[in-house]
Design a protein around this ligand. Structure first.
Ligand code: AOF
Ligand code: ZN
Length: 421
């Protein structure tokens, strides 16, 4: 798009991206945006980071700080300036009035209302616009991938996170029934991955609006599912339990620590159980079941075995209504399969410890029927490898959040639904 980007431009763009990152967990449902303004001599005269509560967009904050010094200068941004009126007036007006002669950005705004029109407005006003093609563009796109999904489809960007052994087991064979012993010692079978890998999971939680597990995970591990980074966040991490028959124990750590941040999705709400949970500040919602017979999607073949399970598409739609832009699924095996089978997973973050559990009794990464033919397997693209002490992780995409897509149309997610007899 633009090759007239100097090393100095890259330096200030990098700074804008750094400022944008300071907004993680403070901007949702808006994007993370950072801005830097330099004067005619190339000296920094203003910086800004957007936060949802602060309302003002990053470029407006930075230009206000720069004042008259912006005249003839350059504005650096990780995201295209908006040209629309939302909670604030169009930023393009403010940019034009500021007198900057150049705008350097890392990417287009995926918001269909902006999407190139912001740059166009600036060009029409005689401002030079440069968009980087360097690795900074990829970094910028990754930073706002949840926003990209949400603003186009009004549903959250879904990341499936699992820690497992090299042979794909998430736990040793389950222990006998008998309730959990609430402990701080980690999951029933012991931690799989190292402290370093688990600290990284906290970063994923920090950057997410919601976290979700199946009730079996609560029964087995009694997790807290909180963001323990200690970093500020605008809204508490919403803790979601998929619990068809409301088996969530009232003495679980999740229930005991609930503060308007726990929601249980059930299929059949036993009135007494519902009241027990609601009395403890937990929201209980009924989630429609997926009915094999009712599905009639052209081009996609529904999964018979998913019939009678919570409808994952209705779930993400509901979360979208709650302005949840990102959802982290943390297991277990049944939920992982339900999410993969439904095709709601956008990205996987799979942590591997150099251990082998073996055995048919150990819990696999995803249970259920699985995809029965190699050509049906979920394809994971654009892989990134991470190293955490002796562990490693693979990050990869099942769907591209930047690909233009229809709002909430499962049929546009590809043939991940497979008919079986
Ligand atoms: C932000 N912060 O720094 C920039 C944004 O409702 P509004 O007025 O806050 O507008 C939100 C839209 O503005 C958002 O969807 C995105 O397209 C654009 N840019 N948003 O929250 C910012 N630059
Ligand atoms: Zn704006």
């Amino acid at each position: 798009m633009s090759d007239n980007i100097t090393p100095q431009d890259e330096k200030y763009l990098r700074r804008a991206l750094e400022l944008a990152r300071e907004g993680v967990a403070l901007t949702s449902p808006n994007p993370c945006v950072g801005a830097v303004v330099t004067d005619v001599a190339g000296k920094v005269v203003g910086e800004g980071t957007h936060t949802y509560e602060g309302k003002k967009h990053a470029e407006v904050i930075a230009l206000e700080k720069a004042g008259g010094n912006a005249q003839g200068g350059t504005l650096y941004l990780n995201l295209e300036p908006c040209c629309t009126t939302g909670r604030t007036a169009p930023c393009t007006d403010v940019v034009i009035k500021s007198g900057v002669k150049r705008v350097v950005a890392a990417m287009e705004d995926p918001n269909p209302a902006v999407c190139g029109k912001g740059f166009e407005t600036l060009r029409e006003a005689g401002i030079e616009v440069a968009i980087t093609e360097s690795a900074l563009r990829d970094e910028a796109r990754k930073l706002n991938e949840a926003f990209a999904e949400y603003i186009q489809s009004r549903r959250p960007f879904v990341t499936l996170k699992t820690a497992m052994t090299l042979d794909g087991k998430i736990a040793p064979p389950p222990q006998e029934e008998g309730g959990f012993s609430a402990s701080d010692h980690g999951p029933s079978g012991g931690w799989i991955t190292s402290d370093d890998a688990r600290a990284h999971v906290q970063q994923l939680r920090h950057a997410s609006d919601a976290i979700m597990v199946g009730v079996n995970t609560v029964l087995a591990d009694d997790p807290l599912l909180t963001d323990r980074t200690g970093l500020p966040r605008r809204r508490p991490l919403l803790r979601i339990i998929i619990d068809s028959r409301l088996r969530l124990p009232v003495d679980s750590r999740i229930v005991k620590t609930a503060k308007d941040d726990v929601i249980v999705f059930c299929a059949m709400a036993d009135e007494r159980r519902r009241q027990e949970l609601e009395m403890r500040g937990i929201r209980v919602e009924q989630l429609p079941l997926y009915h094999f017979e009712e599905v009639n999607i052209v081009g996609a073949r529904p999964i018979k075995s998913a019939s009678g399970r919570p409808d994952m598409w209705k779930l993400v739609k509901r979360l979208g209504q709650m302005q949840i832009t990102s959802l982290l699924i943390e297991g277990g095996a049944l939920i992982n399969w339900a999410a993969l089978a439904a095709g709601i997973v956008d990205k996987v973050f799979l942590y591997y410890a150099p251990k082998i559990l073996a055995g048919t009794g150990a819990v696999p990464f995803a249970s259920g029927e699985g995809f029965l033919r190699m050509e049906e397997a979920a394809k994971v693209r654009s892989l990134t490898f991470h190293r955490f002490a002796e562990d490693f992780a693979v990050e990869g995409y099942l769907h591209d959040p930047y690909a233009p897509h229809e709002p909430l149309a499962p049929e546009s997610r590809g043939p991940q639904l497979v008919e079986r007899d």
